[in-house]
Design a binder for this molecule. Structure first.
Ligand code: SAM
Length: 241
């Protein structure tokens, strides 16, 4: 095994994610790392390129959401950037069908190209803004909608919940401030069709200091009204509160 594969295997093991560290999967994470590094030389894709940080913050963090994704789900990653969490999830969970959405074309081109280099044919990358795409054919069509590091919880929920089908889930991958961000959710999340989020806190290990993380999971209990999501200028000016 090359050194990045060893680092990733170790980091997955100490985070209780060893089940996703098979030989082929480690080769694919390692190839993903080299693709991210070489793309980063051409354009600014992600700030995280140190091997240990990559293993902890991109691979282990992405895979920490796997336990909330039911088998054989259809999944949408909103604001996927360079493909996180969708690319690591597509390696770890061959049973799920993934759509990666981002408003920046060079990022979705990277995700698409990398999926094909990794021989993953269950991932489609789309370039669009979430607030536009949510009013088209993708509306209410995914069993799981996930997002990491895109916006505060109230803004993210408005962008994501309209994509979730009845009884599906919206998963927001958050850091330390998640409790504060979700504290007012009881006042507005029902108007999007979502349930009050369940907070799943955990510690991500592998760097000099542990990182505090929280995964917020909200279930789609009824259809989202057609008015949502609003134009982004309106969402930003008057976020749900
Ligand atoms: N999820 C990735 C991660 O965790 O590494 C990327 C996070 S990056 C900080 C935020 C990404 O969200 C950017 O790639 C940006 O283009 C995208 N984004 C922001 N607002 C968006 C919107 N309304 N619709 C689609 N993508 C959006």
């Amino acid at each position: 095994m090359d050194s990045i594969s060893n680092i990733i295997a170790e980091v997955l093991e100490i985070n209780g994610l060893g089940a996703f560290a098979g030989c082929k999967q480690l080769e694919q994470y390692s190839r993903l790392y080299s693709e991210v590094r070489s793309a980063n030389e051409k354009f600014n894709l992600t700030a995280i390129t140190d091997p240990t940080e990559f293993a902890v913050r991109h691979i282990a963090d992405s895979l920490s959401a796997a336990e909330f994704i039911p088998p054989h789900s259809t999944l949408l990653d909103v604001g996927c950037g360079a493909g996180f969490p969708s690319l690591p999830l597509s390696i770890a969970r061959p049973d799920i069908n993934i759509t990666s959405l981002d408003s920046t074309a060079k990022k979705t081109a990277f995700v698409s190209r990398t999926a094909s280099i990794l021989s993953i044919d269950r991932l489609t990358a789309i370039c669009d803004r979430a607030e536009n795409a949510a009013h088209g054919p993708l509306r209410e069509s995914f069993q799981v909608v996930i997002s990491r590091a895109v916006a505060r919880f109230n803004i993210l929920a408005e962008l994501c919940i309209p994509f979730v089908c009845q009884n599906g889930v919206f998963i927001a991958m958050k850091g330390e401030r998640s409790a504060e961000e979700a504290s007012s959710a009881s006042d507005w999340i029902g108007s999007l069709g979502g349930s009050l989020p369940e907070a799943n806190g955990f510690i991500l290990k592998g760097e000099a200091s542990d990182l505090s993380r929280c995964i917020l999971v909200s279930r789609k209990v009824r259809k989202s009204p057609e008015d949502y999501p609003r134009d982004f200028s309106k969402i930003r000016r008057r976020p749900l509160s």
